[in-house]
Design a protein around this ligand. Structure first.
Ligand code: KG4
Ligand code: ZN
Length: 337
């Protein structure tokens, strides 16, 4: 079964065609980072306009590159939320139009849940039950999963998301956007232990994340430093910051495993999953099998949307025969879990 999926929730326009939820025929991602980075972050209105310019040509290009026509596609899928409302509306409205004119079913997909499928496409099916850690610019969630479509929320952040914290720290240090990859690159040259960093929410029994305290600690620490920082000092500070930003994730995964000892695998997904130090810490400290996505499926992409939609189509009765499209992406729909 071939699904053509569309993702426009933030600053990446993405289109993919995926067979049976796992085999990626084509996956294209157009990043808008160059247009947004002069503002130090994503500007929602600009994001929506950029999606509008490029989405239709991208869908046509994907079909042409894959040597397929819409007739070969069994279903369409689109990110319904959460995300920037203007950006989402471009994708959802376009997808509905395509569904109505082609007569194909259209499957609305939760973006955060779909991230977990980034760790499933082009890989073996995971061993259930598993834990899934979604760690991106907008979310830091741990789910308990008994199937590809069941998501029980075990932990979430009380304030900022982990990736957002990387971005904010990079911003206050004037390092550029997005902060995660830049911080990782600099931290590689830092000495662990050279700078003290407090541990956030250390209590093992509290399954919550928090990143705003870490950000504030960094602001205060940088105020006390002599400016400009030497290259060595900057690397030491960022190595300490990164170790705690990632260490908190590892600690909470370990705590989740103690309350769900039957877990057979941990799936990690979202932009921060691209961090190599994080991959190493998880491999060293987590005692069950840990699965990360291929690098290209960590950050936003449409292959993960198609993957999730395929499993929904297998498990939700009537989903493929429904042609009403009587849903929308407005904020009144809750995507909290
Ligand atoms: O999943 P994603 O592309 O978009 C959201 O749905 O948010 O995640 C983007 C986030 C950004 O905050 C970015 O700084 C972070 O992922 N990120 C990283 C790395 N690469 C991207 N954080 C830490 N280390 C990285 N290598
Ligand atoms: Zn995302």
């Amino acid at each position: 079964m071939k699904i053509l999926a569309i993702e426009t929730s933030c600053d990446e326009t993405a289109v993919a065609i995926v067979e049976d939820g796992r085999h990626v025929i084509i996956s294209q991602v157009f990043s808008q980072i160059d247009v947004h980075k002069v503002f130090g972050g994503v500007v929602p209105e600009i994001a929506a306009r950029e999606h509008l310019k490029i989405l239709d040509p991208m869908v046509k290009d994907c079909l042409a590159e894959a040597n397929l026509s819409l007739d070969d596609i069994d279903a369409l899928a689109v990110t319904q939320g959460p995300g920037l409302i203007g950006a989402l509306l471009v994708g959802v409205t376009y997808a509905k139009g395509l569904a109505v004119t082609s007569g194909k079913p259209l499957i609305p997909v939760n973006h955060v849940h779909a991230h977990v499928h980034g760790a499933m496409v082009e890989q073996e099916a995971p061993a259930y039950p598993c834990l899934a850690l979604v760690v991106s610019g907008g979310h830091t969630n741990i789910y308990y999963m008994e199937s590809p479509t069941s998501f029980e929320l075990l932990a979430h952040t009380l304030d900022d998301a982990c990736g957002e914290c990387f971005d904010k720290v990079a911003k206050i240090m004037d390092l550029g956007y997005p902060g995660g990859p830049i911080v990782e690159k600099i931290a590689r040259h830092g000495r662990l232990g050279a700078v003290e960093m407090p541990k956030m929410i250390e209590d093992k029994n509290r399954l919550t994340f928090s990143y705003s305290g870490l950000k504030t600690y960094m602001v205060n620490l940088l105020r006390r430093e002599t400016s400009p920082l030497s290259t060595e000092r900057q690397a030491d500070i960022l190595a300490a910051f990164q170790e705690e930003a990632l260490g908190q994730l590892v600690r909470k995964v370990k705590s989740s495993l103690t309350i769900r000892p039957e877990t057979r695998m941990v799936l990690v997904a979202g932009g921060v999953a691209a961090n190599q130090r994080f991959r190493q810490l998880m491999a060293d400290q987590v005692k069950v099998a840990v699965r990360f996505p291929n690098l290209k499926y960590c950050s936003d992409n449409a292959a993960m949307i198609a993957g999730m939609a395929y499993h929904m189509s297998q498990e939700v009765p009537g989903l493929l025969s429904n042609r009403s499209h009587d849903w929308d992406c407005y904020a009144r729909y809750s995507f909290d879990d």
